[in-house]
Structure formats: C-alpha cells, structure tokens
Ligand binder design. Structure first.
Ligand SMILES: [Zn+2]
Length: 75
C-alpha cells in the first residue's frame, strides 16, 4: 500500500528527495462486546513521510524540506 517516490527538492529542484506515501484508508473497528455490537468506521489519514535525511544536492535538511512542502501544499 505504501508507494515510494522521488520528489523534487523544493529548494534546488533536483530529484533527490525520497518519500513514502501512505494513502487514506478506512478501517472498520468493532466495539462493545457485551451491550450490543457497534461498528465504527475509522478513517486513517494518509501521510507522506520524507525518507531522505537531506537533499544530496543542496544539503537542506529534512525539516526544512518538510516545512517547504507544507507551504506549497505538497503535504
Ligand atoms: Zn535541494
């Protein structure tokens, strides 16, 4: 389910940033053992994880890259 991609660095545009993308999925959870069964639908939000420690081209850190991706709406 997890897709791995290479994204462009938001600072230098080199394709150096390894990311793992987990899509949004619905999980069905059953609760209430004694007093009637309930089925609860839990939505687990998708997330994007940056795997690279830094950009190998411009040496920006993962933290800076993450912040920038959020600013531009990638994640
Ligand atoms: Zn870079």
């Amino acid at each position: 389910m997890i897709r791995k991609l290479i994204w462009e660095c938001p600072f230098c545009s080199a394709e150096t940033i390894k990311v793992a993308i987990r899509p949004t999925v619905n999980i069905v959870k059953r609760t209430g053992m004694r007093s009637g069964k309930k089925t609860q639908l839990i939505k687990s939000s998708g997330e994007t994880i940056i795997l690279s420690e830094e950009c190998s081209n411009c040496k920006k850190s993962r933290k800076e890259i993450m912040k920038k991706y959020k600013e531009i709406g990638y994640i």
